[in-house]
Structures are given as C-alpha cells and as structure tokens.
Ligand binder design. Structure first.
Ligand code: GLU
Length: 520
C-alpha cells in the first residue's frame, strides 16, 4: 500500500469514528447528513453513492463505509468535516425561507405585456433557487417551472462571443453603461452598442458567434453551452415566445438597421439571421433551479460545480461579471450595484440571476416587474439577502462594523473565532481591535474553554489600558477560571500594582473574598 493510500485510509477511518456508535453508522444518518449539507440525490457526483447507500444494510460497518466513501471521497470528506463553502447549510436555508416568505407578500408591479405569452404568465409565481460553488442546492416555491430567460441570455451570448474572438469582441461592442433603457435606439460615440447587456450589444454578440455558420448550428451551439453550464439539466425552447418576439420586434429590427447603417457589424453579417438568433436566445427556457446552477458556474470561475466541467474560461467570466455589475439590471444597475453590490442580470420574464463570486449563484423568478423592468420580488429578495449576510462586494472593507452573518462560516465557528480574538487582543492591549470585535457582537465577558476572560488575561499581562477599557463596559468584574482565579488574583500574583488599583476601585474581588461572601 502506498503512503498516499495509507493516508486516505486513515482519514476515512477518522471520518467513520467521528460518526459511529457501537461500531457502526446508521444508513439514515448518512442520508440525513448528505441532505442537510445540500448535496441532492440528482447531483451527478453522488448518484452512484446514493445508489450504493440504498443497497447497504441499515447499519453501516467500517468496511462498507470505506466502500461508500470511495464513490465520492472528496465530497464526503468536505461534508463530514463541515468544510463546504456554506458549512451550516440548514441555517442558511432557514434564513432564505424567511426572506422568501416575507418577499412573497409583495404584490406590486405588473407582468410584461409586450407579447401575449408573457402577459399570460401567472403573476403570483415565485421561485428562489441557490447552488453554491460546492454544489449545495436549495429550491423554494415554483423552482421547477420553466420560463424564458429573455435578457438573462445576454451574459452567455457575450461569453460565447469572447470565447471565439477574445478581446476582439470589444472592437464591436463597448463596456460602458448606456444610461438609457435597454432597447433605446442609441449607440456610443464610436457608433457601437454601449455594452453586451443591452439589446444592441447582445444583438452584436449574436452576430459574432459562429459567423457564417448555419443558423441551426448556431442555435445548437448556444443550447449545448447552456446545458453544460446547467450541469446537463433540461434546457428548453419556447417556440411561441420566439414567434411572438419576432412579430413584435420593430425596435430590435430598428437597432439592427441602425448598427448596420453605422457599419458596426463585421463584414458579411446576415442581419435577419442575427436578429432571429437573438430572439431564439431570449426564448430559451430554464427553471429557477437550473438557472441557479448556471449562476453558480459563473460564481465558480466558469467551472460547473456539479460536473466539474470548465464551461467558460475564468478571465472571460471575470469580464462578464464586471459588466453584469455595471449594466445587468437595466436603469437600476447603478442603484443595484450600490445597494446590493453583486453582479446580476435581469430579464423581462421576471427573472434575476445573481452571482456571488466564489460562493454561490442564485436565481429569483417572479413575473411582476417594476417600472424599470426588474422583478419587484427579485430586487426585494436581493436586498434582504445582503442586509443579513455579508455578500455585498464591499462588505469586507476594513473597519466596517461587521454585524452581518458570514454564510461561509458556521455561526459557532465565527463566534468562537471572535471570542478568542477578543481575549488575545486584551492580552496584547490592542484596544482598537477590542472595540471592533465588540461592534461585531462579541460579548466582552465571554470566557474561553478554561474560563479565562479578556479581563483575566489583561490583568495577568499588566495591560492597564485594556483593563480600564474593559471596566468601562458592563462586564463581570470577578469571573472565576478553572484554577479558581479571578482577574484580581491574577493582578496580585503577577504584581501589577496599577492593575490591582483599577480593579479594586471598580469593586473586583479575589476568589477567597467571593467565597467568604458566599458563606455569609
Ligand atoms: N426579448 C426582449 C427584447 O429584446 C428581451 C427583453 C429583456 O428581457 O430585457 O425586447
């Protein structure tokens, strides 16, 4: 047996021992642990594992556990060690359910009516779906209903154009927000579309993809890439939407002719075919669940978390996310970047696709739109999400009071880390850091495993300023550690006279004084 294999065996044994009672693990407990972590049964990475689990005995021995783990060694290790990107997935999901429920109360806005197919959609439909970069998934509401992606097709169209032409793409389309509505008849100073996230720019990208190829091949190509980004989930096409889009597309035709008049297109572009391709892209259908997976592929630098396939190149994903950040939410893009601070793309079907880089992708679908064309509930849900979790790109700015939750750490891990950090800061007398940690919600009286508090260590180390800082707070003055010492005992033992004076003045006691008082 090689050294590497030996190591793997040892760590599997460790995992087994961490969960076993009386020499076995219950099959149900493993199923439960997988489900809690958000790794679902239809995940291609665990299909075989689930199948093997079904065939296992109720009680899983060490030997069968080794066989099971072999189906998805890394994933099982991550799940059992709590090292998936959102370690406490059930708590995260429960927060999402609350936001979902609260947002569902919103009934403002109205569905898009420019084509009958969109006007007929049930306005009360509502879905939220999440897929993390480790493939943890949750879907709420109507997450299995198909809807057309509309403008959510634009990021993918842009990515495919980049893939073929690289930076050349920007000889044909700009990178600035237009400051105008998505279908405004306007081009930039160079006579080019402002960016790929508005109609003119997306039509241009459609012209750049597979130039000169048969329209059917072009469509197959884009459909195939959608499927890959969605981990092979079903990607549909709504022919009625397509036909309707084509019928009522005067503005898009106008944009096309305007660009052609300005010589914006590469040579030999068939304008009619290009526009038809654009309408087809808008009529592609996904569910909230599958679109969240596409968003997670973008969040994961172009690699689909469920299949491990590198669907898009990371540097192009970076370009795409940059433009989604500045131009993805119609005329609300600047406000969305300010308020929510995440790359997102919205479409008139009421969809909002949100990317939290290196963490997760989300899709919110609710057909009622506000006056700017964004889903009312979609925007509202995003606001709630970033009000509670530190997902805004600039939530990590130094010195910011961190009162939000970090979904990438479990709550106990965060609290423990802050507590230890606080005690450590007291030991070295780092008052600004102590201030910051209190602002984040750290309790200044919290003891460590040995019952030592910040006041104990500051007193032992003779950090008078830190002791003074602590005494100004509402804290326990005479906590007792596991060796029966109070902070005053520590100050006396280490002969820090100034600290002793501060503690005595505040009314702190030694352990023996406390005992005497208890007897009386
Ligand atoms: N098919 C729509 C159009 O081109 C897309 C609108 C959108 O979702 O922004 O008018």
């Amino acid at each position: 047996m090689t050294h590497a294999m030996q190591q793997t065996d040892d760590s599997v044994l460790e995992l087994f021992q961490s969960r076993m009672t009386n020499g076995y693990i219950r099959r149900e407990d493993i199923r439960q642990e997988l489900a809690n972590s958000g790794i679902l049964r239809d995940d291609p990475r665990v299909k075989l594992l689930y199948h093997a689990l079904d065939l296992c005995e109720e009680r899983i021995s060490e030997e069968s556990f080794h066989e099971l783990v072999a189906y998805a060694p890394t994933l099982i290790e991550q799940i059992f060690r709590g090292s998936l990107i959102v370690p406490d997935f059930p708590s995260f999901c429960s927060k999402l359910r609350t936001f979902f429920h609260d947002t569902a109360a919103q009934k403002q806005g109205s569905v898009a009516t420019y084509i009958p197919q969109l006007a007929r959609v049930d306005p009360d439909k509502f879905a939220v779906a999440v897929c993390t970069i480790d493939g943890q998934r949750v879907a709420l509401g109507d997450a299995d209903d198909f809807f057309c992606v509309q403008s959510c097709s634009k990021p993918l169209t842009y990515l495919l154009a980049l893939e073929e032409l690289g930076d050349e793409v920007h000889k044909f389309v700009g990178r600035e927000p237009s400051g105008k509505t998505f279908n405004e008849l306007t081009l930039n100073a160079k006579g080019l579309p402002h960016n790929p996230m508005i109609n003119a720019g997306a039509i241009m990208c459609c012209a750049l993809i597979k130039q000169g190829r048969d329209p059917a091949d072009k469509f197959d190509h884009i459909l195939q890439r959608w499927r890959e980004a969605a981990a092979g989930m079903r990607v549909g096409f709504n022919n009625a939407v397509y036909l309707s889009e084509r019928q009522t597309a005067d503005r898009n035709f106008a944009l096309g002719y305007f660009m052609r008049e300005k010589n914006a297109f590469p040579e030999k572009v068939d304008l009619l075919q290009t526009l038809e391709f654009y309408f087809q892209c808008c009529s592609i259908e996904l569910t909230a669940a599958s679109l969240a997976t596409v968003a997670s592929t973008l969040a994961n630098g172009g690699m689909c978390p469920l299949t491990g396939q590198q669907v898009f190149q990371p540097d192009y994903v970076k370009n795409c996310l940059s433009l989604m950040s500045s131009c993805g939410m119609y005329d609300f893009s600047g406000e969305f970047a300010f308020r929510v601070g995440l790359p997102a793309k919205s479409g008139v079907s009421g969809v909002v696709m949100v990317v939290i880089p290196n963490v997760m992708g989300l899709c919110i679908w609710s057909p009622r739109l506000d006056e700017l064309g964004n889903s009312v509930r979609g925007v509202e849900f995003c606001k709630r999400l970033v009000d509670n979790f530190s997902f805004h790109t600039f939530d990590r700015v130094n010195g910011l009071q961190r009162s939000k939750l970090d979904a990438t750490k479990s709550l106990s891990e965060q609290e423990r880390a802050w507590k230890i950090s606080f005690i450590w800061s007291a030991a070295v007398g780092d008052i600004p850091e102590m201030r910051r940690l209190i602002a984040r919600g750290t309790n200044p009286s919290s003891p460590d495993y040995d019952g030592r508090t910040a006041l104990h260590v500051a007193a032992s180390e003779g950090k008078a300023a830190a002791v003074e800082f602590l005494l100004e707070r509402d804290i326990d003055l005479s906590p007792v550690d596991r060796w029966h010492h109070t902070p005053l005992d520590d100050a006396i033992r280490h002969e820090h006279v100034d600290v002793q004076a501060l503690l005595l003045q505040a009314g702190a006691k030694t352990h023996s004084q406390l005992q005497e008082e208890a007897v009386q």
